[in-house]
Design a protein around this ligand. Structure first.
Ligand SMILES: Nc1ncnc2c1ncn2[C@@H]1O[C@H](COP(=O)(O)OP(=O)(O)OP(=O)(O)O)[C@@H](O)[C@H]1O
Length: 367
């Protein structure tokens, strides 16, 4: 399968990165350097330029301290055509352009990158809202309609909450109708998508060497069939609390390992394996949906001390048309290696090794 290709990335005033334009070859680019050198920031900038997405709550965090605005640009090839994607960032403001024309986030190619990070373990051990965000972000990338319905649903919940707080019981049937319609769409879409996501996550979990079965399911606060009734049944409680307590905004993506809830019973290592399985499932799902492999961004492969998980990450990077892999040590088998230091990235000479030395199973890598 073909893949999205990030030809070059330019940044200006982005976090601690020095202004730069970096070219990336096909295959693996390894970026190594000391802690705080800017490796994560580089991947974050690449992800933002490729997808328009960022999970920071305050955009000004991304702007270099002391500066007013930041800018990232990706020159990429997708579906056989070249394009330039630019993101300008200011205080609470993000401006996107494709080939010089202003667009909205949803207009950028939605399957262009997947980012794997050490913090992904929070998906397993963190709150339901983190898992729900993972699911919603993924489904929003798979379907523009899902993204639209979700935004409408969230707006409706906020407006309904305001009406509940003002004690506007007389207006509730109007909000309930809107909520049931949008919420039902969301629940049905999640159920459909979960079937394939579960299969792919289970396969990845097995590929990671886990002997315990991973299962994904939705813990729903209501169902499409009973949503309207459930809202009526909790009306008094909702008026007292001033918030909507029933609906897909309260649901969880439940993860079980060997039949037990992973958030409560999985070990740290098992949790990490589940998180990697979810990310590989995301990669596969986006590839199936868009017919090309996303650019794979792997942050800090060297933090992965378990040999099976480390080999899995390096194999995954080698299996896609393009990957950027960071770490405090060199990634083996890289087509290009960049040394990171104080926000700058310098190409390193290629290591001369035999193909056997470059295998992820070799001593140095697995140690
Ligand atoms: N808006 C900003 N302006 C200037 N510097 C920033 C900004 N945001 C973050 N930094 C700095 O960027 C530095 C590099 O962070 P980054 O997370 O990219 O390092 P890293 O190379 O991935 O390190 P590690 O190996 O520890 O993960 C940090 O020292 C951080 O303080």
């Amino acid at each position: 399968m073909q893949g999205v290709h990030l030809e070059s990335l330019s940044t200006l005033n982005y976090r601690n990165l020095a202004p730069c334009t970096l070219s990336f070859p096909a295959g693996v680019t390894g970026v190594f350097g000391e802690n705080g050198a800017g490796k994560t920031n580089l991947l974050e900038a690449a992800y933002l330029a490729l997808t328009g997405l960022s999970d920071v709550t305050r955009l000004e965090q991304l702007v270099q301290s002391g500066e007013g605005e930041a800018y990232v640009r990706a020159d990429l090839e997708s579906g056989g055509s070249l394009s330039i994607q630019e993101v300008g960032l200011g205080r609470g403001r993000r401006q996107l352009k494709v080939d010089g024309v202003r667009v909205r986030t949803g207009d950028l190619p939605r399957g262009s990158a997947v980012w794997i990070r050490p913090e992904d373990s929070d998906l397993v051990f963190g709150s339901p809202s983190g898992r729900r965000s993972f699911l919603d972000a993924l489904l929003s990338r798979l379907s523009a309609r899902y993204a639209q319905q979700l935004a409408r649903y969230d707006r409706t919940v906020s407006q309904r909450n305001a009406a509940l707080r003002s004690g506007e019981e007389w207006a509730m049937h109007v909000w309930d109708d809107a909520l049931v319609k949008l919420g039902t769409d969301i629940m049905l879409f999640r159920r459909r998508a979960l079937t394939r996501l579960s299969e792919l996550a289970m396969e990845a979990n097995t590929a990671l060497g886990s002997r315990k079965a991973l299962a994904l399911s939705l813990t729903e606060s209501t169902t499409p069939e009973t949503y309207a009734e459930d809202l009526k049944g909790r009306r008094a409680e909702e008026l007292a609390r001033g918030s909507t307590v029933t609906g897909p905004h309260r649901d969880d993506l439940a993860l079980t390992l060997g039949g037990f809830p992973a958030s409560e019973y999985a070990s740290r290592g098992e949790g990490r394996t589940i998180a990697l399985a979810l990310r590989r499932a995301e990669l596969e799902l986006l590839s199936e949906r868009f017919g090309e492999k996303p650019v794979l961004l792997i942050d800090d492969f060297s933090a992965e001390l378990d040999p099976a998980r480390r080999a899995f990450l390096l194999d995954l990077a080698a299996s896609v048309p393009q990957a950027i892999v960071t770490g405090t040590e060199r990634a083996p088998g890289a087509a290009l290696t960049l040394r990171a230091h104080a926000g700058r990235f310098t190409p390193e000479p290629q290591e001369t090794r035999t193909p056997e030395d470059l295998s992820p199973d070799s001593q140095e890598v697995g140690a």
